[in-house]
Each structure stands twice: as C-alpha cells, then as structure tokens.
Ligand binder design. Structure first.
Ligand SMILES: [Mn+2]
Length: 394
C-alpha cells in the first residue's frame, strides 16, 4: 500500500502579520496535496495542526476543505488526528468541538464519511493496513497507556502492517523540555510505521523493518525552525508499506525562500560586507525571501545601527527582515540551541530562571508558563506575554 504522510500545515497563520505569509501556508498545503496525489496513494495520514487555531479563519477552513475534497474526489481516504493547535483551552473546558469535527461533519453531509476519518484514540482498517491514532494529549495524560491499548486493538483486527498516528513530543527523537512520550513507549508498541506530528523539522528514524517519522511542517511556522529549514527544506513523506517492510521517500516542497545568518560585526566594513552578501543572495532568488538572523555587535558600532542598515538595504529585496541584535558576545545564543529542539519552552524557562526573582515568583512564573503551554499556546506572542508577566514581577 502506498501511504502519504502530511503534517503541521498551520493553515490560517499569518506569520509576521503578513497576508503573504498566510498565503504561503495555503500554497504549501496545496502543493503537499499535489505531490501526494502524484504518488497515487491508497491513503493519506495527517498527523495534526492542519489549522493554526482551534478557531480558524473561514479562509483557512475553506482552503483545507478544498484541498481534501480534491483527494476524496479521487476516492482516496484521509485519516487525521487533532494537534495541540486544534485543541485550545475552550475546546477542552467548554466542550467546543475542534475544527476537524466541523470538517468531518461537512464531508459527511456530502457523502464522504468513509473517506474523511478523524481518529480519536481509535483504530480503523484501510485496505491492507490498520491505522490507529490519538489526538494530542498534554503532559500528565498517560499517552503511553493510550498507545499500549491501541497496540492491543490493532493485533485483534488483522495480521497486516500497522500505522500509529500521534501528535506529541517524543523524548529520544527530538530535544524537548516537555516530551509527553518516551521513544521506548513507541518502540515497544507493535506498529510498523509511527507517523508523528508536532515537531516541525523532518526526523526519519529506521529501526529494522520499522520506521518512526516526523514529516515536519509544510512551511516555516516559527523562526526557530529557520536554521534547519534553510539547509534541508520542508517535506511530506511517501511510503510503500507491506509485510516485507517499508520504503520511504522524502518529497521536498518548494516553499518561500528564507535567508539565515548568525554573525558578529565589529565595524562598518564588516557590516557592509554582510549587507552586500545578503543583497546578492536575495536578488538571486525568484521570490522575495524572508531574512532571519542574529547580529552580535561589538566595537565601534552603535546599538541598533546595524539592524536599521540591514533592514534599509533589504527593504525592496526581502518580504520581511527579522533580526536579533546582541550587544555582548556572551549573550549570543549557542548555535545548537537555535538549531535543535522543540525549543521555545526551553528559552522561556531559561529566561525566567535567569531573571532576578524571588523563589516564589520564579516558581509561580514557571507554573503559569507550564499551564499556558499545556493549553497549546506556544507562539511568539505567547512567549512575549509570559516574559512580560515575569518581568513585571521583578
Ligand atoms: Mn505544529
């Protein structure tokens, strides 16, 4: 059976408050569907965060509907689970349904109930494979127990290849401060392919005949993904799965170009060398890039001057310029900190821990952060709010 794995489209997100970036998310999703259809798959599995919000903009909802309709009109089923972004605080506390339920209802109305299948800790057979899936669960919920019980159900259905779909941080696969599952929990389960969402960079791990994979997001959703995204790109995964094993192909998407730099400049000559290089790179591209970088400024350069100069030079060449200017060398982020990990929570924790706070306030700040994090708010706005809260206390 040919199965395509897609994840984390974050439809509706307008990164940097730009309409162009909202459109980029839609285009990446459309492209993912195009690439998937070219594979002539028997099934598409979607591992969550189709939408950026549990209350998506109608534009995002319509684009998702249109994309999946193209799949279903060809008779191809889609199995999907909710990511944390589809399960906001309201959906849990006030029993508001996730947007995937709305989508499911709509497809049911037009006769596609067999083709759009939302898995809520349940198992379904599609042709010669059994698929189990569970929606995102925050830390504290025993995800490992859910996986174990799904594993038992799968064995009862048929003696055929099996797929598990989860939207979780898995310790041992990625660097995360709040992993909800250990790699051993999925490794000891009986599933042949574990399709994962949540982490936005592609991670494919083979173990004998089995494969564990994060396909990654289809666009850059947060700036911390940029260092890896510029090197590797964004993907969907296509696999041929049968009793003999799994063959996996990584299909790369053509997404908005990003330029990334992390440099220290000591004087205007070094600054203008950098600017010249960025201008050259930006003008060689067919589409305007988003430029993301950090500048460590030392020596004769005034604070803020370099950032203004880079922005000015790239104003016509780039869609958006996002620079962090660091004054002292020791404040520079470790490259590994930027590159790896689910990360944002770690940055916030480190920031809170490094502030001059009383023990009680620090522990309160970390608790507030923990609560908010569990409710799935982990965008840049959220981090700013938490930092503001903590700073206000000091
Ligand atoms: Mn996501």
């Amino acid at each position: 059976m040919r199965v395509v794995h897609i994840s984390d489209n974050h439809l509706g997100k307008a990164q940097f408050h730009l309409a162009e970036r909202e459109e980029d998310m839609y285009e990446a999703f459309d492209q993912a569907i195009d690439l998937a259809l070219r594979e002539r798959p028997d099934l598409i599995v979607h591992t969550g965060d189709l939408f950026d919000s549990y209350r998506p903009h109608p534009r995002a909802f319509v684009r998702a509907f249109e994309g999946f309709l193209r799949v279903m009109e060809k008779g191809i089923p889609v199995a999907i689970i909710e990511g944390n972004h589809e399960l906001g605080a309201d959906t849990i506390r006030r029993r508001i349904v996730s947007p995937l339920v709305n989508l499911e209802n709509l497809f049911e109305r037009i006769g596609y109930s067999d083709l759009f299948v939302r898995l809520g800790a349940s198992v379904r057979r599609f042709g010669d494979v059994v698929v189990a899936g569970a929606p995102y669960a925050s830390r504290g919920v025993r995800v490992a127990d859910t996986i174990e019980s799904l594993g038992r159900k799968v064995k009862n259905i048929c003696n055929c290849p099996s797929i598990l779909m989860i939207h979780q941080g898995v310790r041992g696969m990625i660097k995360a401060v709040y992993p909800e599952v250990d790699f051993s929990d999925i490794a000891r389960s009986p599933f042949d392919y574990v399709a994962m969402g949540h982490y936005h960079n592609k991670v494919v791990r083979r173990s004998g005949r089995r494969v564990f994979a994060y396909s990654g997001s289809t666009e850059v959703v947060e700036t911390r993904e940029v260092p890896i995204a510029v090197r590797e790109g964004k993907f969907i995964l296509s696999l041929e799965i049968d009793r003999d094993g799994i063959e996996i192909k990584e299909l790369r998407l053509k997404t908005r170009p990003f330029l990334y730099f992390s440099e220290s400049v000591r004087n205007t000559r070094e600054l203008y060398n950098l600017i010249e290089r960025l201008m050259e790179e930006a003008s060689s591209l067919q589409r305007k890039p988003v430029v993301v970088g950090s500048l460590q400024v030392t020596g004769e350069l005034r604070a803020g001057f370099s950032t203004v100069e880079v922005r000015r030079a790239l104003s016509d060449l780039a869609l958006y310029v996002n620079i962090r200017e660091l004054r002292k060398l020791e404040e520079a982020p470790e490259e590994s900190e930027v590159v790896t990990g689910i990360g944002l929570e770690e940055l916030v924790q480190n920031a809170i821990s490094s502030m001059k706070l009383g023990d009680e306030v620090r522990s309160l700040s970390l608790k507030v952060f923990d609560l908010w994090y569990k409710e799935g708010k982990r965008g840049e706005v959220f981090v700013r709010e938490v930092l503001k809260l903590a700073e206000g206390e000091s």
